[in-house]
Design a protein around this ligand. Structure first.
Ligand SMILES: [Fe+2]
Length: 470
């Protein structure tokens, strides 16, 4: 398959390819049928679909709309959709009418399987109570496809981070990803700056101002939120644009951990963690309105369980991702645990440059699981931290959005990255692409996890399976 996104010109043509089928709902009183609103002349579907939350048996599909709408996805195994089923937005009981973003969750998929789909939406005229009608339906004639995760999926991922709504570096990252054609992309935080409106969030994820506006229509994305992704009133409900992961992926006691993921893709297990804010909950700037400490603790219990899930425990390669680094050798870098207000003259910033609390909580579990690599972000400067005697996992810090200069001064150390991971010749090969030079910055290889340990884990896992779900 060739999941290369089409360009802006082709997306613009989508308006011509969308069918406008005016339909009257049967069985309605004539008086209840409102005239089509003037807005009906404008396209209802205003973005390409975005594949969210890459998984083995489910996928989220989101797209933007311009008016009150009820969206749907036709999905099947055949390229012409002759076997397609229609899945509507929302859950049980009623559909999820929305005038900004349609979110359709597809479940009951087969692992490592290619599906074809197209999106559509009904325009809704709602006047109150039962006075509501469908006054038109648009169906996007583009048929896209994607492949689910799983043990037999192609082990090939890309990571982007700290895109911060800067279109030039983001566009370059998306072009590089189209060229590399991975199975999935992890957006490792700070997609946002401070977002106060859903329109601003739509612009970031669904209507980016880049050439390949359908960048996520065929390559599924995963999200590890960064500290900026919780800033601004709109970002307090990021799930209105990027839905939480499918609840059945986790035990009910982790019901609120909708951003964490443990996904098997070929020989790689991907673990997604959320380091949360870069300031303490006690910092007066936060006015008591953040709760990162409890969130990190809860993720520790989730991580312990996730690492023992069969497909994760047996994956030859274990890669964890989180936004804020879990290690930093620079003594001037604030470790994020300076109570109460993150300020200390020893450190160069009054916010966390790395996350010692998360390292203490999660580090031992990752060590025990023989995790080979933690991919992080946040510092806007690419760095590789090789494993040591005390810390057996390596760490990569992805670059930021600065294109070779800062405050008008040239600086070759400032470049955005696409971090590519692929299993080749019995090794995990990590390639760091420099988006300023267009060249490979560094190439790293990792051997398989220790077999002995994984065999030991098998016994515990069997015990666990007897006790219930992982
Ligand atoms: Fe950050």
């Amino acid at each position: 398959m060739l999941p290369v996104a089409v360009g802006a010109a082709e997306v613009a043509q989508a308006a011509d390819l969308i069918t406008h089928a005016d339909t009257a709902s049967p069985g309605t009183e004539p008086a209840a049928v409102p005239p089509a609103s003037p807005a009906a002349d404008t396209p209802l579907i205003t973005s390409a679909p975005m594949l969210q939350n890459y998984a083995a048996t489910s996928i989220g599909i989101a797209f933007a709309v311009s008016d009150m709408a009820n969206g749907f996805v036709d999905i099947g195994l055949r390229e012409d959709l002759s076997d397609a089923r229609r899945v509507k937005c929302g859950g049980y009981r009623m559909t999820d009418i929305d005038d900004h973003v349609i979110q359709v969750r597809i479940t009951d998929l087969e692992p490592a399987t290619t599906y074809y789909y197209r999106i559509g939406a009904d325009r809704i005229a709602y006047k109150g109570g039962y006075n509501m009608n469908i006054v038109g339906t648009e169906t996007d004639q583009h048929i896209h496809h994607f492949t689910t995760a799983g043990k037999d999926a192609r082990a090939h991922f890309c990571v982007i981070n700290d895109t911060h709504v800067r279109w030039v570096p983001f566009g370059r990252a998306i072009d590089k990803i189209a060229e590399l054609s991975p199975s999935c992309v992890i957006w490792n935080g700070d997609a946002s700056n401070v977002e106060e409106t859903i329109e601003a969030q739509q612009r970031i994820f669904l209507k980016p101002e880049i050439e390949r506006r359908d960048y996520a229509s065929q390559i599924p994305y995963l999200l590890c939120p960064g500290n900026h992704d919780s800033r601004g009133m709109a970002n307090r409900h990021l799930e209105r644009v990027w839905m939480y992961r499918q609840p059945e992926e986790r035990l009910s006691r982790y019901w609120d951990l909708g951003r964490n993921f443990a996904v098997r893709m070929g020989d790689i297990a991907l673990i997604g963690l959320d380091t949360a804010e870069d300031k303490l909950d006690t910092n007066p700037k936060f006015a008591g309105l953040f709760n990162s400490a409890a969130y990190r603790e809860a993720q520790t219990a989730w991580l312990r369980d996730a690492l023992q899930q069969k497909e994760i425990a047996h994956a030859p390669y274990l890669v964890a991702l989180c936004h804020i680094p879990l290690f930093d050798a620079n003594p001037k870098h604030n470790p994020g645990d300076v109570a109460p207000n993150d300020s200390d003259p020893r450190y160069s910033t009054d916010f966390a440059m790395w996350q010692r609390t998360c390292a203490n909580l999660w580090g031992p579990l990752l060590e025990k699981a023989h995790c080979q690599l933690v991919i992080t972000a946040h510092q806007h400067r690419y760095r590789y931290d090789a494993p040591t005697e005390q810390r057996h996992w390596a760490q990569i810090v992805g670059g930021g959005p600065e294109m070779g200069e800062s405050d008008g001064k040239k600086n070759k150390k400032l470049f955005p990255t696409v971090i590519e991971g692929e299993v080749r010749d019995n090794q995990l090969v990590i390639t760091i692409h420099n988006l300023v030079t267009g060249k490979v910055q560094e190439k790293l290889t990792f051997d398989k996890r220790k077999e002995k340990k994984r065999r030991n884990d098998k016994g515990k896992e069997n015990k666990r399976r007897n006790e219930g779900k992982g």
